[in-house]
Structure formats: C-alpha cells, structure tokens
Design a protein. Structure first.
Length: 569
C-alpha cells in the first residue's frame, strides 16, 4: 500500500493545476461574534472555513471563573478534507483519542502532549501533538466559557505535520462539540497533500482531577520561563526585505509556515500565516521538517556522544554495531562519520519508491535494516564520493543504539540520553521525533526525517550548534565537530557536485558561497524536502524558514540578512 510514498522525491514542483495565490478575504472576528457561536458549536451542521481569529481569545474577552479539568474523548469521525485523489487509509478520519486538560492562569494545558495512535495494530493515519491553549469568557455566551488549543496531526510514515486549531464551549459539567480547522501544514505538495481540513467533532467530557496537575503546571511554567524572547521581525527588518521573502507567494497563498531570524539570543518572528489568517498559537506550532532532521537530530546526537565519550565515535565501524550489515563487503570500512557525511560507498536508494519500500513500509527497526542490507554496493570506496541517501541515517541510528548499549547497558535508548542531557537543559523537553513502530517497547529515531520542532526548539538547537556546543558555560556538544559542520575549520567537507542544493556537505550540513558586495559568504544550512531551511551565517545570524512548496532560491535572503549584520571583513 503506497502511503506517502512521494514525500522525499527531490523534484521541482509541477504547477500546471495550482490554485491562484490570492489573498484570504474571509470573515474576521467581530464583537459580537457571528462564527462559532453557541448555536454553531452545539449544532450538527457542517461549519465553513473561517478566519483563524475566531479560534483565538479576543481582546474584548473576559477572564473566566470556571476552571477546566478533565478528559475529552473523541471517536473516529470523518473530516471534511477535499482532495483531487483517493484518500489514503484513515487520512480523512480524526482518530478516536482522549485528551486530558487542566486550566491555569488563563491557559488550557494538556496533561499529555503527544498521543501516539498510528501503530502496527490500528487503521488510524494520524498521531496527535497537543499544545497549550487558552480559556476565557465572552458576555454573549452566558454561563458558558470558551477554550481553544493548537493541535498538530502527524503521521508515522514520513513526518508531515498539519497545523490545526480546535475550540469548544464548556461549563463545570459538560462541553459542546469541538470545532477543528487545519489551514497550514508542512506536507508533500507533489502528492497533493496540501489542503484545508475541518470538522465538527462530537465528544464526551469526563470532569476530573489529576494527581500530577501541580507538576504539569510547574513544567509549563518552566518551559515558558526558558523560552527565547520573541520579537516581531519588523524590529530589525525595517524595509521589510526579509518579511517579503517569508511572505513569498508560490502555489498557494501561504506556503511558509515559519519564518524567523535568530540573533543575539533572541528570535525575530514573521507572524505565521495560514490560508485563513494568522495562526493563533505561533509558539506552539509544530513543523514537519523532513531532512532537516538529519542535522537537527542526527548531527545533534553525534556531536553529543562525541563529547560524552570521545570524538573517536566518528571513526567507529558500522559493521561492528549493525550485525545484519557486518558480513557484507560493501559495509566494510564504513564509519559513523561516513554515514553522517553520505560517503558510505553503498547504494542508498533515495528515490521515493525505493525509500518507501525500504524504510517507510517496514516500520520496525529490524525489518528496515534487513531491507537496507539488500541494496548492494556502488563502485566507490568509503569516504570517496558523496551519494545522498536517507538510508544512511537510519543505519547510523541503528548503530548508535548498539554503540550506546555497549557503553551504558541494554536498557538504555540512545535518544533518551540526548533528551536528558541536551534537550532538557535547553528547555526543549517536548521536542519529538518519528520513531520506528515496534510490537514491543519503544522504537528508535529514524533520524533521516521525522523531527517535529516548534520555533523555540529549532532556534535553541541551532543556537547551541552555532555556539559550538556550549550552553550556559557547559560544553554539551563536541566543539570541534560543531566547528567542522559550520565551516569554521580548514576542513571543507565533501563536494556534492550539486550547486543547486549546496556545493559542500559537512556532517549533514550543506554549504554554499553567496556573493555579497564582493565578499563570498560561506553559508552553512540544514535542508529538508519542500524548502525547509535553517541557515547559519559567519556573522552568527541564523535564519529559519519552514515550508512545503520547494523554493530553493535563498541568495536574496542572505544578502538582506547581511545588511543587518555583516559577515564580511
């Protein structure tokens, strides 16, 4: 069954049937409201697509005195999701899940953020990540209070994310239906994944208290206090050159889900747009970044273990840690570094059909690694030729798991160590990765794709690498490996032979020179399918752009960034 098979096909978009990139002229929130009223939310009729402002707490709202504490249970419900192709199994169904919330200081806080539904044993297409929302009261609602929250639909196959917002009315004993709308995503444009989703979801409400509510609130306050400060992009972008890049219209009216500049430990954000207005919860928004995951998770793990153990991990042999590959001639002499740098000399199978058959369809780690063992060899020796292959990163993940087991014990999952010792100190506790789906126990990260960062996660991880692995005076990542990845040493990396994506490849980071006023600026960057980027400039300015309509032209953006802080002597 070919589910999401074309996600990583790196080809130019075919725009022969693309919609016109017109502006959204739908209804805006007014007082009193005329959308998502009591009648609408307690009714049974399909609701139209509306401006996202209707899902947000309005300025004229009042603080509610009614606390929320309890479980909202959904059942499998068909969603309105117009597509010009046949649905994948379960694709147009909201899964039957239960979400637990408590309210505190005007916020609606999920007790558990990540809900894994899609597994080997279900027909569901979607997993769910829930963010912190708001609760409030509007005078016209009488005894009812309102709540809304951000919700991301993700898959267990390739790592797409659909950015949704949900809202409902509640009192102490009951709630209305839940209205859901998804008007932005990072998904495969080529495979007709882009599309608006909406649904009026019937639910059951179970009021109750939670023994860990105090710790849930404490963790929320901890994350808030540790977030990087966020300012409007216009603070540094007075002539709107950078904003115009992030607001570029391609095939739809809102191709970019995130555009931001990180400078001097602060974020300058272009307000995230959807096809129906501004997204109400920009700090909670998740992004499917595809191969950016190779750098944001894969390199991060390698740099961490090079510091925890020794940089010699880069020279460790794959054949010593991946038994199904140990006897194959093509994997002899291949190191962890070779896999990180895409120079294994093995056949990778990056085309979408083969990648689907080898990794996506396999789901479990052992099945995937045995599929990779059948791919064969190329004429190149390890370390000789660059050959981009996502399968290399899955091999690296498998090898890391066994390497760390030998160091730490059989019960240790290597990503748990990265989480505990890198992400938690950064305040990125809820950074999630797509993992293999196992019949028993947790899976291992795919590493090749499947990271679901928020703005804060992406900025903090990028800053940590830009700061050469140091955080608050502590060396968390290996300094020399961070420097090598960003082109700050004499090592140039591996030539890709492809200036279209980047001329050099260094520890999963692409690099290319950009001419700026007679100076060549060496730009290093994370790159993922669809046009997902995290750029690193020698000036220490970082830029982030997540999208899904495959725009690779960024030299104009670099020149605009250089006007703010120059990398040139």
């Amino acid at each position: 069954m070919k589910i999401f098979a074309l996600f990583l096909a790196l080809a130019l978009l075919n725009n022969s049937c693309d919609p016109e990139p017109v502006a959204w002229n739908g209804p805006k929130l007014t007082e009193p409201r005329d959308q998502l009223t009591i009648e609408h939310l307690f009714g049974h009729e399909e609701l139209p697509l509306i401006d996202m402002s209707f899902f947000a707490r309005p300025e004229w709202a009042q603080t509610t005195a009614t606390r929320f504490s309890g479980a909202i249970s959904f059942k499998d419900t068909e969603m309105i999701y117009p597509l010009d192709r046949v649905y994948y199994p379960g694709e147009n169904t909201f899964p039957g899940i239960t979400l637990d919330f408590i309210s505190h200081s005007g916020e609606l806080i999920p007790v558990k953020k990540e809900i894994l539904v899609n597994s080997l044993h279900t027909k569901d297409a979607w997993n769910v990540i829930v963010g912190t929302g708001r609760v409030w009261h509007e005078a016209e609602d009488g005894d009812w209070s309102r709540a809304s929250f951000p919700l991301s639909l993700t898959d267990s196959y390739i790592g797409q994310v659909r950015n949704c917002v949900a809202t409902f009315l509640y009192n102490q004993e009951s709630i209305s239906n839940v209205c859901l709308q998804c008007s932005q995503e990072t998904a495969d444009y080529n495979d007709h994944q882009v599309g608006n989703i909406r649904a009026l979801l019937p639910v059951e409400y179970h009021p109750g208290t939670y023994s860990d509510s105090a710790s849930v609130i404490e963790q929320r306050e901890h994350l808030l206090s540790n977030r990087l400060p966020v300012y409007d992009l216009s603070t540094i972008d007075r002539d709107h050159e950078i904003a115009s890049y992030f607001q570029k219209k391609l095939y739809t009216r809102a191709p970019t889900s995130l555009g931001a500049v990180v400078m001097d430990e602060a974020i300058y954000l272009q307000p995230p747009t959807t096809r129906h207005g501004l997204y109400p919860y920009p700090n909670e928004m998740r992004h499917g970044v595809y191969s950016v995951s190779k750098s944001m998770a894969g390199a991060l793990a390698m740099f961490y273990f090079a510091e925890r153990y020794d940089a010699d991990i880069f020279d460790a042999l794959i054949s010593d840690y991946v038994p199904p590959l140990s006897g194959l001639p093509e994997w002899q002499g291949v190191t962890f570094s070779h896999t990180l740098n895409m120079v294994t000399g093995t056949e990778g199978g990056e085309d979408a059909g083969r990648l689907y058959e080898v990794i996506v369809k396999a789901r479990s780690a052992n099945e995937a690694i045995h599929n990779i063992a059948k791919l064969g060899n190329t004429s190149a020796q390890p370390g000789q030729n660059f050959n981009y292959a996502s399968t290399n990163f899955f091999v690296l993940s498998y090898a890391l798991q066994n390497y760390v087991k030998q160091k730490e014990g059989d019960d240790i999952i290597y990503w748990d160590l990265v989480h505990e010792n890198v992400l938690v100190p950064l305040g990125a506790d809820d950074f999630y990765l797509l993992r293999t789906v196992e019949s028993e126990g947790p899976g291992i990260p795919l590493l090749a794709y499947g990271a679901y960062p928020t703005l804060d996660h992406a900025a903090k991880i990028a800053l940590l690498i830009s700061n050469e692995g140091q955080y608050k005076g502590q060396q968390i990542l290996n300094k020399e490996k961070c420097r090598e990845a960003l082109g700050r040493t004499s090592w140039s990396g591996y030539s890709t032979g492809n200036d279209f994506r980047g001329s050099q490849y260094r520890h999963s980071f692409w690099a290319t020179p950009v001419a700026v006023n007679g100076c060549d600026v060496d730009v290093s960057y994370m790159l993922g399918y669809g046009g997902n980027y995290v750029w690193f400039l020698p000036s220490k300015v970082i830029a982030i752009r997540f999208m899904d309509e495959y725009d690779l032209d960024f030299k104009g953006l670099i020149r605009s960034l250089e006007k703010i802080k120059s990398s040139c002597p």
